[in-house]
Design a protein around this ligand. Structure first.
Ligand code: 3PG
Length: 207
């Protein structure tokens, strides 16, 4: 994951309600400077939406989110995704993902969960739900015993607190849905989403 995330400060978390929104959302985010996109497997539109993004959007690095089962690992590979992100980390999921041709960033909220992932060779983690699980202070505290671990905190992050995370040396990037406000998506205001993405990139660059 670390190689894929080089130069990326923020991963938009996209939950698609309509397949036809997939390509304009992805194009707006890429045009605004956010190239690494997580599309959650939570909705019926996710599968076809990801296929369209992979086929039609230039310069994007797209991965699946909310990957919870071995079957979803297989699906992520079949869809042509470049990475996977899970909210948590079960043994079944980790055992399948560690053999997949694309990397998983497993979700953790505790040191024991991290240690279980490390037994499978993982060092890069989604810290979820970040704000509710101790926030930046917790990630800072973990750096002592686990110097090699890196995090992408997600859950409750926005411009008001993103820098608290991004300024920690063990944070690779942050993730969140704040660049896709529901009203802008519903009204198909893609230029506004592009502007929000650009503002986010500029803001995060001050880390
Ligand atoms: C998620 O997987 O839902 C992400 O953590 C998004 O969280 P957010 O909506 O609080 O940014």
């Amino acid at each position: 994951m670390r190689k894929l995330l080089a130069g990326t400060a923020m991963i938009p978390v996209i939950t698609l309600d309509r397949v036809e929104d997939a390509v304009p959302i992805a194009r707006a985010l890429v045009a605004g400077g956010l190239r690494v996109l997580e599309v959650t497997l939570r909705t019926a539109a996710a599968r076809a939406g990801i296929q369209r993004i992979v086929a039609e959007v230039q310069g994007v690095i797209v991965g699946t989110g909310t990957v919870c089962t071995p079957e979803q690992v297989q699906l992520s590979c079949d869809l042509g995704c470049q990475f996977m992100i899970s909210p948590g980390s079960t043994e079944r999921l980790l055992a399948e993902a560690v053999q997949a041709p694309i990397p998983l960033m497993p979700g953790v909220a505790s040191v024991s969960e991290m240690m279980r992932c490390m037994e499978f060779g993982y060092e890069d983690f989604k810290f979820f739900p970040a704000e509710a699980s101790g926030g930046a202070a917790k990630i800072k505290a973990i750096a002592g015993p686990f110097a090699d671990a890196r995090f992408c905190p997600t859950g409750g992050i926005g411009l008001a607190n993103a820098l608290d995370y991004l300024r920690l040396p063990n944070v690779l990037c942050v993730g969140g849905s704040w660049v896709l406000p529901a009203n802008l998506v519903a009204e198909q205001r893609w230029a506004d989403i592009e502007r929000l993405a650009r503002e986010t990139v500029e803001f995060c660059a001050s880390r």
